[in-house]
Ligand binder design. Structure first.
Ligand SMILES: [Zn+2]
Length: 185
């Protein structure tokens, strides 16, 4: 076994050697960070946390992304559900853990699609769709699949009603996904 197949942190073989991904170490890392972010909504938090804990590669990871981490946001389309926007994600999505610099190595400044759903769309339905998509999604097959990066909130518009614990809560949600397949959702 060559040294680049071994996680230097736990000295076990990477759970995915192609992407230098150590699931136990990365799950622990995500978990330690749970207290540092919240969407303000328990179900969204849980959804994102589960994706992070169970990620087999960087492409399985979902994040709560503050809206100010996007720039050049412009509307480029309109559908039955709402609007599609192009944006550049300043930080970009996670590739792997950078041991030397003790931070995530990311593909920064990537173009992404922001799906902003109209008020009448139940955001629970959106999460259900994302859950189904995630169950059937293979991280190794990114070319033919929509890639979800996470959820953000537009602080100015796009509020959604979400039923939670029997009461209606107002939340904002925008789904962030790969640019290439932005019209297939
Ligand atoms: Zn490890």
């Amino acid at each position: 076994m060559s040294s680049d197949e071994i996680c230097p942190e736990c000295n076990q073989e990477y759970t995915d050697t192609r992407y230098s991904w150590c699931k136990p170490c990365n799950s622990k890392r995500f978990k330690n960070d749970f207290n540092n972010w919240t969407s303000g909504n328990d179900r969204i938090d849980k959804f994102i946390q589960d994706a992070q804990l169970n990620a087999n590669y960087g492409s399985d990871v979902l994040e709560w992304i503050p809206y100010n981490r996007f720039k050049d946001v412009k509307q480029i389309g309109k559908g039955g559900f709402g609007t599609i926007h192009y944006a550049r994600w300043i930080d970009g999505y996670i590739e792997k853990w950078d041991i030397e610099n003790q931070q995530w190595k990311r593909y920064d400044n990537r173009g992404v699609a922001l799906k902003k759903f109209d008020n009448f769309v139940n955001f629970n339905d959106i999460l259900n769709e994302m859950e189904i998509h995630f169950k059937t999604y293979s991280g190794s097959d990114v070319a033919t699949s929509i890639r979800f990066y996470g959820i953000t909130q537009d602080p100015e518009t796009h509020s959604y009603m979400m039923r939670e614990n029997g009461k209606m809560t107002k939340i904002w949600g925008v789904v962030v996904q790969s640019w290439d397949n932005s019209d297939t959702y």
